[in-house]
Write a protein that binds this ligand. Structure first.
Ligand code: ATP
Length: 266
């Protein structure tokens, strides 16, 4: 069984195709990155995998369950989704309540935007502390989420998503808006996660090759609602594929496991 399986999937809204004829398979322990220009359909693809939306055509199976034939609320409990664009968590409410980073992580256990204190015992509290430590921010436990920096929040959100022990973790532009040290801290945390949780599957949407974690195993390139290339990361992240994807000549390098792109000079 695949973690994610799409067969001939299209998503249409009035007068527009958001995804067209997409087939794709993700296996347990894979770490995928999805790249493509603005409007290519990356977030739409991730929202299918997150069981947030349904396809107009074709079949989507997540953790063996076909969308349309499964209780998506139950399915979502096994999927960790961190996406600024899809407000699944009411962070403003948590901020108003003065929630600490530890409390925000705890709410991941109940999948709620407010803490359900009767549901959290010592095991859950310890787990939330461990996850903050795994994400390199154990010192934030008692800090109000409201005052955490963007980089700190980004790591707390990932810890929250892991609280429910999901089989698959979906990250939609997790590095957006972070400065260089914050980006590198989150990158290190994501790479550590891949090492300490070998069965966790991850799918990360990003805009920049510099944001592709070194632990990435596979890549999928999108353009105009279609998949341009998908497969093992070293086969897909080539100068030719990236140039095709972004519509201009690009030169791609790999150094120390990380990827870099720049405009090709004549
Ligand atoms: N409900 C909708 N109705 C109409 N158009 C939509 C709807 N949702 C998304 N779109 C459009 O579909 C296209 C794909 O959107 P999507 O958010 O998946 O792209 P993306 O690759 O994630 O883009 P970005 O990199 O800019 O975040 C965009 O042109 C977007 O404007």
């Amino acid at each position: 069984m695949h973690v994610v399986e799409l067969e001939g999937v299209s998503v249409r809204v009035v007068g527009k195709s958001l995804l067209a004829g997409v087939s794709w398979q993700v296996d347990y322990g894979d770490h995928w990155v999805i790249l493509g220009p603005n409007g290519a359909g990356k977030t739409t693809l991730l929202s299918l995998v997150g069981a947030v939306r349904h396809p107009s055509e074709g079949a989507v199976r997540v953790l063996g369950h076909r969308l349309g034939k499964v209780d998506v609320r139950e399915l979502r409990r096994h999927i960790g989704l961190v996406a600024a664009s899809q407000r699944l968590v009411d962070e403003e409410l948590l901020e108003q309540e003065g929630a600490t980073a530890h409390t925000v992580v705890l709410t991941g256990h109940t999948g709620t935007s407010v803490p359900r204190w009767d549901k959290y015992g010592d095991a859950e509290r310890d787990r939330a502390h461990r996850l903050l430590a795994d994400l390199g921010c154990k010192d934030l436990a008692d800090r109000p989420f409201r005052v955490c920096s963007q980089g700190e929040r980004a790591r707390v959100r990932v810890a929250r998503a892991l609280m429910a022990d999901p089989a698959v973790l979906l990250l939609d532009e997790p590095f957006a808006g972070l400065d260089l040290p914050a980006r590198e801290d989150l990158m290190a945390a994501v790479e550590d996660l891949a090492r300490i949780r070998p069965v966790l599957t991850t799918v990360t949407v990003t805009h920049h090759l510099e944001e592709v974690p070194a632990t990435t195993t596979h890549a999928l390139l999108m353009r105009d609602a279609r998949v341009l290339a998908a497969g093992p990361v070293e086969d897909v992240l080539t100068s030719a594929h990236l140039s095709d994807c972004f519509g201009r000549p690009l030169s791609v390098d790999r150094f120390d496991g990380r990827w870099y792109a720049r405009a090709a000079r004549p």
